[in-house]
Design a protein around this ligand. Sequence first.
Ligand SMILES: [Zn+2]
Length: 201
Amino acid sequence: MQNPTLSTTTTYLTCSTCHTNLCFTSSVISKGFTGRHGRAYLVSSLLPTNIIHGKPTSRALQTGAHTVSDISCKICGSNLGWKYIYAEERAQRYKVGKYILETGRVRKVNYWDGRVGDGLDEHGRRKGEKKGNGNGKVGWEPGWEDLGDDDGDGEGVEVDLADEEELEAMFAGNWNKDKALRRRERRRLAEEARRKVDSNV
Ligand SMILES: [Zn+2]
C-alpha cells in the first residue's frame, strides 16, 4: 500500500492538544504501561526542547514508591505523563530515566519526506476511524498499538514488551516462558469474557 519510492518516513508521537512533536515512535519501549488516565507508553527519550519537567516528587505508583517528575508540553502546557527519577524497589529501577506518556494525551503522526501524512487510507476514510471515539486514537494506523501482542501460536515465545508485568520480570531476570504463556491465557479468557459482556449491552 505504501509507495516504495518514498524512502524517508518518520513517525512521531505528538501532543494531542497542539500537535507538537514529542518523540520518535522508535523510542517507545512498551505500550502496556498504566498512567494516571489509563494506558500509557514507556518511552526511552523525548525531544528535550518540547518538554517541561516539573519538580521531582515522591509518588506511590501501582508498582511501588517512586520519585517522578511530571512532564508537560512546552507549547500548550498539557500534562503528558512523567519521568522516572528514582525507584525504591530494585526490580523497578530499569524505568529510571525513562518516561511515561499517557496514550490519551498523544497522537501518532507520519511524515513522508517531511510532509505530514493526511491520515487517510486508500478509501479516503480516516485511518482507525472505527476506533475513533474521542479517546485520542483517531488517525492511528489500525493495529499499531497492538504490535506487541502475542499471536497465540505458542511457538518461539518471547517477552511481550507490551506487557508491563512481563517487562518487569525480564528486567528482574525471572521471566519464564511457561509462566508467561499461562498469564497470557488467563488474560485472553478474561478478555473474551469482557467482550461477551460488552456485546450484550
Ligand atoms: Zn501541546
